[in-house]
Write a protein that binds this ligand. Structure first.
Ligand SMILES: [Zn+2]
Length: 427
């Protein structure tokens, strides 16, 4: 900092970045000192930073962690209309559109949506990526390139996704999944109930995970039908194969459709198997319940029962502006607001759980290292344009700064718009 004279040791910069007067979720006011990519101190910081941001009591959270999205499909809604709004038509329409995908076109759309996530506070993002004979490895190549390109802004994890993995059609898909994993995809996924033989698909996915040394992340039971219930088998195999802590189950919608005893047994098994559940409120509120009249189901899994049991529950975005979901904008805080509405999470403690579901819980579930607001953690942070921790979910405030590995990578400047009427005049 040139304004200090040489020899003035007391005032020489000690840190690369200092956040002054930040507010933690518990209301505590602190300074946060960052050196390189690491938080080195939190509290009352006397040393100065090469750069200092005076936050005026704005709330700081650890960077958001997106547990489940589909960047390869994002922003295709204009060319892929889903007239019925069902999951099955979405899959059929996407299958047609994917024939025209190129590495460049996927990379361009995915980049645009990934940058929206970054601007909204996401610092780590897991995306599923399709492989199938009509698409080949086009989307995998695009997202592997993007993972490298965006590394200064965002840590990306890729999960290879296909179905079926059994029968004649499964053989071609299986070869592509193996190739994708050889190319450096981070995890293996699938949709067991779409396969028709969910036990074979789950067994095959675990064999691939073992072979390539990667975690498992499956689309599980995205259905309102209680007969579509592969979650207990997933829990059984996870425990039997010693995969506790390395399996993520997305959706789990039909857990809400089965009877109470079956649900309780499944939730106990999921907890025992160390499986994390990802609920996708935006996509599932849109896709599920399509056959219901009158009382239309919300489509979510049993969020409250899972939380009460102690199962890690993440809140993910899923599809954004594609035939599966024409809505969304890559804003995890907005999805957390929707989650709190849909899952009845309104008390102060429950609203903290909704914030945890886009921060600490997915970080643990996805194996993000050195995560959080503590000394020694990587400086992945989001500063909200709000001084009120208690109303974050209600307000969905703008993101004032997004910080990735100690560098400010996004900044929002907003102006207060005053009412155009002048109060108390002429009364
Ligand atoms: Zn999905």
């Amino acid at each position: 900092m040139e304004k200090y004279a040489p020899g003035d040791v007391e005032q020489r910069p000690c840190f690369d970045l200092v956040l002054r007067d930040a507010r933690l979720l518990n209301g505590q006011s602190v300074d946060i000192a960052i050196a390189g990519d690491t938080i080195v101190a939190i509290g009352s910081i006397s040393g100065v930073g090469t750069r200092e941001l005076v936050l005026g009591g704005r709330v700081v959270l650890p960077g958001f962690v997106e547990a489940h999205t589909h960047l390869d499909k994002a922003m295709t809604v204009a060319q892929s209309r889903n007239n019925s709004g069902t999951l099955l038509e979405a899959m059929a329409v996407m299958g047609q559109v994917q024939r025209d995908f190129t590495v460049a076109s996927v990379r361009e759309r995915a980049r645009a949506m990934a940058l929206r996530f970054v601007a909204a506070g996401t610092t780590t993002l897991r995306t599923h990526v399709d492989v199938k004979p009509a698409l080949n490895l086009v989307a995998v190549e695009a997202l592997l390139e993007l993972r490298e390109e965006l590394r200064p802004l965002l840590d990306m994890q890729l999960v290879v996704l296909t179905t079926p993995l059994s029968g004649h059609a499964g053989a071609a898909n299986l070869a592509l999944v193996r190739e994708a994993l050889s190319m450096g995809v981070d995890a293996v996924g699938g949709c067991p109930i779409i396969d028709g033989d969910f036990e074979t698909q789950i067994d095959t996915v675990f064999e691939l995970a073992e072979l390539f040394g990667v975690p498992v992340d499956l689309h599980i039971d995205e259905s309102d039908n209680p007969a579509d219930f592969s979650l207990p088998y997933l829990a059984e195999r996870t425990k039997a194969l010693g995969y506790q802590g390395r399996v993520v189950a997305g959706h789990c919608c039909s857990l809400s459709a089965v009877d109470e005893d079956s649900a309780k047994r499944a939730i106990d098994a999921v907890l025992d198997a160390g499986i994390s559940v990802v609920t996708l409120p935006s996509a599932n509120m849109y896709l599920q319940g399509r056959a219901d009249c009158g009382l239309v189901r919300r489509g979510l899994t049993r969020v409250r029962a899972l939380l009460d049991a102690g199962v890690p529950v993440c809140c993910g975005t899923d599809n954004v502006q594609d035939p599966f979901n024409p809505f969304g904008r890559g804003d995890q805080l907005l999805v957390a607001n929707l989650f709190a509405h849909a899952a009845h999470l309104g008390s102060p403690r429950e609203q903290v759980a909704a914030i945890d579901a886009i921060t600490t819980v997915p970080a643990m579930s996805l194996g993000v290292q050195r995560y959080g607001l503590s000394a020694g953690a990587v400086a992945d942070l989001v500063v909200l344009d709000s001084t009120e921790p208690a109303t974050i979910i209600a307000d969905v405030p703008p993101r004032r700064y997004v910080i990735k590995r100690g560098a400010v990578v996004a900044e929002t400047r907003t102006e207060t718009i005053h009412p155009l009427v002048t109060l108390n005049q002429g009364v």
